[in-house]
Ligand binder design. Structure first.
Ligand code: G3P
Ligand code: CA
Length: 231
């Protein structure tokens, strides 16, 4: 349950346990579950034919043996690609079936076209309580809340803009700042507004330890195993 995360420090596995397995694959998510992460984080885009699929970049070049823009592939075309260790690029629905009743999930919406199909996949499985939708784009989150005002949403940001106040006004429950922006002062300000603060992406235990001391609610990491001692 996303609600339970407020009560203790938690570990989010970024693109699954992506330091050890191909990122954003079922294999990396299974590994995050085995390790004992509290949350798995994934990125969603859509195929040319409208399927929500789990991949970070705009192109398939870095993470598969193919090349080209994700949104110019049909689902059939994408599924022929090797996303590492023989893994296929997963559909969002496959990921949700894997995580259901096992682990919370942060679904990061990467493009406008991914909002509605992602909402439908969560809705049909009634996974609202274990899902938080995240995005750098506040309009994506606004659309999530229009679809379901009870949905959990968190604003991701990398520049010191008005992320905290904007997120609060929208009705977000969390902010996800680039970790260098998560100063003690910024964390305290967000927490006074009852927002959870979840910095990303931290693979150094000492940096994570300091963020915990400074008040962060949890951290996003590629190496969830080394962060477990902070829980
Ligand atoms: O959780 C936030 C983080 O995932 C945002 O950055 O580029 O890894 O999607 P990126
Ligand atoms: Ca992400």
């Amino acid at each position: 349950m996303i609600d339970d995360l407020r009560s203790r420090f938690f570990v989010v596995a970024h693109r699954g346990a992506s330091a050890y397995e191909p990122e954003n694959t079922l294999r990396s998510i299974r590994r995050a579950i085995e390790i004992g992460a509290d949350v798995v984080e994934i990125d969603v885009r859509v195929t040319r034919d409208g399927y929500p699929i789990v991949i970070h970049d705009e192109t398939v070049d870095r993470t598969t043996d193919g090349s080209g823009l994700v949104n110019e592939f049909s689902l059939d075309g994408l599924r022929k690609l090797d996303a590492g260790e023989g893994e296929r690029i997963p559909l969002l629905g496959e990921v949700l079936d894997l995580v259901a009743d096992k682990i919370n999930i942060f679904i990061e919406i990467k493009v406008d076209e991914a909002v509605l199909p992602s909402l439908k996949e969560v809705d049909v499985r009634d996974l609202w309580s274990s899902v938080m939708f995240t995005s750098f784009n506040i309009e994506h989150l606004r659309r999530v809340l229009e679809f379901n005002p009870e949905a959990n949403v968190g604003l991701v940001y990398i520049r010191p803009v008005d992320g905290i106040v904007g997120a609060k006004k929208l009705g977000a429950i969390a902010v996800l700042p680039f970790y260098r922006l998560a100063t003690r002062k910024a964390i305290a300000f967000a927490k006074r507004l009852k927002l959870m603060v979840i910095p990303w992406t931290i693979d150094d235990l000492n940096v994570a330890r300091k963020l915990k001391v400074d008040g962060a609610n949890g951290i996003v990491t590629n190496k969830p195993d080394i962060m477990l001692e902070l829980k």
